[in-house]
Design a protein around this ligand. Structure first.
Ligand code: PEP
Length: 256
C-alpha cells in the first residue's frame, strides 16, 4: 500500500442546492480558505450553476464538476446533458452513479458504465459512486457488491483511461443520514474497491487510483477518515455547502 502514489481529492456534491448567484457567493467565500490545499479541490454543482461556478473559480485551485452526464453524444433525450456540453462549459469532473440517482432515477450498473465511458471519451474525469445498502451489509454482501459494482462500472475502460477515474465508496446508509462509517469500515470498503481494480488491471494500476470515501464526512470526522491508507479524500454532500466546514476537510486531506 502506498498512499504517496496518488493524490487525495476532496470533492463537494451540492446535490439540488444553490442558485447561480448563491454558487458565486459560496465559491468566493471558499477560494481563500482552500487556496493552500495540497489535495485537489472540486465542486460538483447543478447544471444551471456551472457557468457561474466556472467564472467564480477562475484563477483559483477549485475545479468544477457536474453531478451527472448522459451516455449518448446527442439526440432526442429531452432534459439530458452530454459530456461534450459539459466539457465546453468548463467542467473537468462529473459524478456518475450517485446512490440518489440509483435509488430515485433508475440508474443501473450498466448505465453507470455507459456514463463513465462517455465522460472519459470526452476528456472528463468521472467520480464513480459505489456502495452497499444497510440490508446488503447486514446480509454480508458488502465485499461482493462493491467488487461487482466497481468492475461493472469499469467495463471497457482502458488502462490508460483508468488514470482519469476516481471511485467514491459511499455506503448508502451513510449518505445524508448523519451516520458515518467508522474509519475502519471506510478503509475496508475502499480496500475492496481497490482489490477489484487490481483484479481487473493489476496491482500497480490499482495503487494509482484515487478512491474516496463519502457519507456524512464532516469537519469533525474528516481527519480520521482520510488518515486511512485506502482513503484518498472524500466526496462531501452537506458539508460542502458550508465554506468553513469544507475548508477544514480540505485541510485534513492536505495534511496526509
Ligand atoms: C454525497 O452526496 O455524496 C454525500 C456523501 O452526502 P453527505 O456528505 O451529505 O452524506
Amino acid at each position: 500500500m502506498n498512499k504517496a502514489l496518488r493524490k487525495a481529492v476532496i470533492a463537494g456534491n451540492w446535490k439540488m442546492n444553490m442558485t447561480p448567484s448563491q454558487a458565486t457567493a459560496l465559491i468566493n467565500e471558499m477560494k481563500p480558505l482552500v487556496a493552500d490545499a495540497k489535495c485537489d479541490v472540486v465542486l460538483c454543482v447543478p447544471f444551471v450553476d456551472i457557468a457561474a461556478a466556472v467564472e467564480a473559480a477562475k484563477g483559483s485551485n477549485i475545479k468544477i464538476g457536474a453531478e451527472n452526464v448522459h451516455f449518448k453524444a446527442s439526440g432526442a433525450f429531452t432534459g439530458e446533458i452530454s459530456a461534450e456540453m459539459l466539457k465546453e462549459a468548463g467542467v473537468e469532473y462529473v459524478v456518475v452513479g450517485h446512490s440518489e440517482r440509483r435509488q430515485y432515477f433508475g440508474e443501473t450498473d450498466q448505465t453507470v458504465n455507459l456514463r463513465s465511458l462517455a465522460a472519459l471519451n470526452a476528456g472528463l474525469k468521472p467520480i464513480i459512486c459505489v456502495g452497499e445498502t444497510l440490508e446488503q451489509r447486514e446480509l454480508g454482501y458488502t465485499e461482493t457488491l462493491l467488487k461487482f459494482q466497481t468492475k461493472m462500472a469499469l467495463t471497457n475502460v482502458t488502462a490508460d483511461q483508468l488514470k482519469d477515474v476516481i471511485i467514491a465508496y459511499e455506503p448508502v446508509w451513510a449518505i445524508g443520514t448523519g451516520v458515518t462509517a467508522t474509519a475502519d469500515q471506510a478503509d475496508e470498503g475502499n480496500g475492496y474497491v481497490r482489490q477489484a481494480i487490481a483484479e481487473a488491471y493489476g496491482e500497480e494500476a490499482a495503487q494509482a487510483v484515487t478512491v474516496q470515501y463519502g457519507g456524512s464526512m464532516n469537519a469533525k470526522n474528516a481527519a480520521e477518515l482520510v488518515s486511512k491508507v485506502n482513503v484518498d479524500g472524500g466526496l462531501i454532500g452537506g458539508a460542502s455547502l458550508k465554506a468553513q466546514d469544507f475548508s477544514v476537510i480540505v485541510k485534513a486531506a492536505s495534511a496526509e
